[in-house]
Write a protein that binds this ligand. Structure first.
Ligand SMILES: *[C@@H]1O[C@H](CO)[C@@H](O)[C@H](O)[C@H]1NC(C)=O
Ligand SMILES: *[C@@H]1O[C@H](CO)[C@@H](O)[C@H](O)[C@H]1NC(C)=O
Ligand SMILES: *[C@@H]1O[C@H](CO)[C@@H](O)[C@H](O)[C@H]1NC(C)=O
Ligand SMILES: *[C@@H]1O[C@H](CO)[C@@H](O)[C@H](O)[C@H]1NC(C)=O
Ligand SMILES: *[C@@H]1O[C@H](CO)[C@@H](O)[C@H](O)[C@H]1NC(C)=O
Length: 596
């Protein structure tokens, strides 16, 4: 069978008519293969066209995007080697945009684009070509695929990723310190020409900042940029494609740069001396006044610490730092006394706790000021010579006996006279009185230790011309014992004796008590009352241990003669003065069956 060779010719058009070339398509195999050789102009657009093998591509048409001509843009020509030029063949196009975007002259095979094309929208179109016999309607070639590639032109400007950048860098940074990187992108074809090659430059912001043309990195460009001088900078960066060449497209962005604070300013007291007044009555921890050192820095770089470094008031006053306001608050440390010292001087230092060693060459980050404090006199209440008094008084004293003296004085320099009184709430029964002039406390009633041992009263001292200035002091009055109570039986004694008792039998043991306070213990003595001592039918034996025994004196007692005896016993203490009492023991007679 005869081998038939078929072939399409593709003619194409690039940019300008004089650059057009017709390419011969060689038949490679049987069937409908289109072998297209096309010049690749992407790399050597400015040089002469090379027809080296390396630069031929197959199966492609090229078309420039963004064609601005009024007529249709010519794409190229399809040609089959079966076409004898007699008009018997018809070319048919199908695929992406066929019949709409791309139209073909069915007789000549010329392809045209009906609209302007945008590479950034669609860079490649895939189409198919066929040649058929007009008469038979049969294809003379198998269908073949080819592509139309849209060539880039620089129709997109670089776009920054942000309209406004916000960045910060510490003040006083070294030249070349990184601030921020800005980035612009270009939609044009990065693989073709320089349309997408972006170069950065600074339009506004020199001489403070610079930008690296390739990377878009913004850096500081000036030494000693001082936040306290200027804090905000607005830098404008341009990105230009075509490698920054003339004719390139450009876009800009704004970069807001804030200098952040570093501690490059020491604290300074605006005044070399401060003067405060404080009443002597101000209690410890009372504030005396506030001082404040200024600092041009902000935040922790302006934080303060105050301390007293010397001065005759450093014992009496302290300083604390108010962390909110960074002020120093002078406070009272110890109780003041106008009568002792009226004027104090302090040297107070303010320092930055957070220093930056880079700036220590500027000098110490501290400052000192003088604080003078004047103590003011206040009318103070009288002061007692003691915080409390303990007085002792014997319980048997006469009314109007002086039992002790309290003393108060006015601490003020005026030395106002003082008047004493007893707080009646503490002495409702008016047992005591006080001499209002000299503070002597005396009794106004009789006392009894056994009724009340302690009288705890309060004495008031007030200034005579200003009674509001008064003080109070507790006075503990202890009533001392005198032996004013006789001993008595510990209980009522009633006992019995058997009629048939023998002599010298113990029938009762006695003991006694005494309300008086006996130092070293009581020593009671017991005796029978003198009127019965000789005739008594019983005897008493003092055991010398504060007890005594009652004994029978005879054998046999007769119930019918005497059925009850009342035996008087004298008990005395051995205190001074001796107190004694006579108490009676009741003894009943009783018949006992057994000998006791
Ligand atoms: C910009 O940065 C500054 C300092 O870093 C900051 O105070 C400010 O809030 C930022 N502004 C915006 C809009 O991000
Ligand atoms: C940039 O700075 C300008 C002027 O200082 C200001 O109006 C704007 O809000 C700032 N933008 C940002 C994002 O900080
Ligand atoms: C105080 O005055 C009274 C007379 O009113 C006198 O008895 C007493 O001794 C005086 N006390 C002193 C401590 O002088
Ligand atoms: C009075 O004071 C004394 C000594 O402080 C104390 O022992 C006593 O309990 C007090 N008496 C009264 C009634 O407060
Ligand atoms: C002793 O007892 C006798 C009777 O036994 C009586 O007469 C006499 O009065 C008693 N003596 C006294 C002191 O009671």
């Amino acid at each position: 069978m005869m081998r038939t060779y078929h072939c399409f010719w593709l003619l194409f058009w690039i940019g300008h008519p004089h650059q057009s070339s017709s390419i011969s398509l060689s038949k490679r195999t049987s069937g409908f293969l289109v072998n297209t050789k096309i010049l690749d102009l992407s790399r050597n657009s400015k040089k002469e066209l090379h027809r080296s093998k390396r630069s031929w591509m197959w199966n492609q048409f090229f078309l420039l995007e963004e064609y601005t001509g009024s007529d249709y843009q010519y794409v190229g020509k399809l040609h089959s080697d079966q076409d004898k030029g007699d008009g018997s063949l018809k070319y048919i196009l199908s695929g992406d945009g066929a019949g709409d975007l791309f139209i073909i002259n069915e007789n000549t095979g010329d392809i045209q684009a009906t609209r302007r094309l945008d590479r950034e929208e669609k860079p490649v179109y895939i189409l198919r070509a066929q040649a058929i016999n007009k008469r038979t309607g049969r294809p003379v070639e198998p269908e073949s695929e080819f592509i139309i590639k849209i060539h880039d032109i620089n129709d997109n400007e670089p776009l920054f990723t942000k309209d406004v950048y916000n960045a910060s860098v510490p003040e006083m940074s070294d030249v070349g310190t990184f601030v921020v990187q800005v980035t612009a992108t270009d939609a044009d074809d990065p693989t073709y020409g320089n349309s997408a090659r972006v170069v950065y430059s600074i339009l506004q912001g020199q001489p403070y900042f610079s930008v690296e043309s390739e990377s878009g990195i913004i850096k500081t460009a000036l030494l000693n940029m001082d936040r306290e001088n200027r804090e905000q900078y607005q830098v404008v960066i341009q990105a230009k494609d075509m490698g920054g060449q003339m004719g390139g497209l450009s876009g800009t962005t704004t970069v807001n740069i804030t200098l952040t604070d570093v501690n490059d300013n020491p604290p300074r007291f605006p005044q070399s001396a401060y003067q405060f007044k404080i009443p002597e009555s101000a209690p410890p921890d009372s504030p005396v006044g506030r001082i404040k050192a200024t600092d041009a820095d902000v935040g922790q770089n302006a934080a303060m610490e105050y301390s007293i470094i010397e001065g005759d008031g450093s014992e009496m006053f302290g300083v604390i730092t108010d962390k909110e306001t960074q002020e120093g608050i002078i406070t009272v440390k110890k109780a003041l006394d106008f009568e002792k010292k009226r004027q104090f001087t302090l040297k107070v230092e303010a320092s930055n706790p957070h220093v930056d060693p880079r700036f220590l060459y500027l000098g110490p980050f501290k400052d000192v000021t003088t604080v003078r404090i004047q103590v003011e006199d206040v009318d103070e209440p009288p002061v007692f010579s003691r915080p409390a008094y303990v007085l002792e008084v014997k319980e048997d004293v006469q009314i109007n006996t002086v039992i002790g003296t309290v003393t108060a004085r006015d601490p003020d320099s005026a030395k106002n006279p003082i008047k004493y009184s007893v707080d009646r709430h503490t002495d409702m029964d008016r047992i005591f009185n006080i001499d209002s002039g000299n503070g002597s406390v005396f009794t106004s009633k009789l006392l009894d230790r056994e009724t009340l041992l302690w009288h705890n009263i309060t004495v008031i001292a007030a200034e005579i011309n200003n009674p509001k200035e008064s003080s109070r002091v507790p006075v503990f009055i202890k009533v001392l014992d005198v032996n004013d109570n006789a001993p008595e039986f510990a209980m009522f004694y009633e006992t019995f004796v058997c009629e048939n008792a023998k002599a010298e039998q113990l029938i009762q043991t006695l003991s006694a008590v005494d309300k008086d306070d006996a130092f070293g213990g009581h020593k009671f003595s017991f005796t029978l009352a003198p009127e019965v001592a000789s005739s008594s039918n019983f005897t008493l034996q003092d055991n010398r241990d504060n007890t005594a025994g009652i004994y029978t004196r005879k054998t046999r007692y007769n119930r019918h003669e005497m059925n009850m005896y009342l035996l008087p016993v004298v008990i005395s203490d051995n205190e001074y003065p001796i107190q004694s009492s006579t108490e009676t023991v009741t003894i009943r007679l009783q018949w006992c069956y057994l000998q006791p």
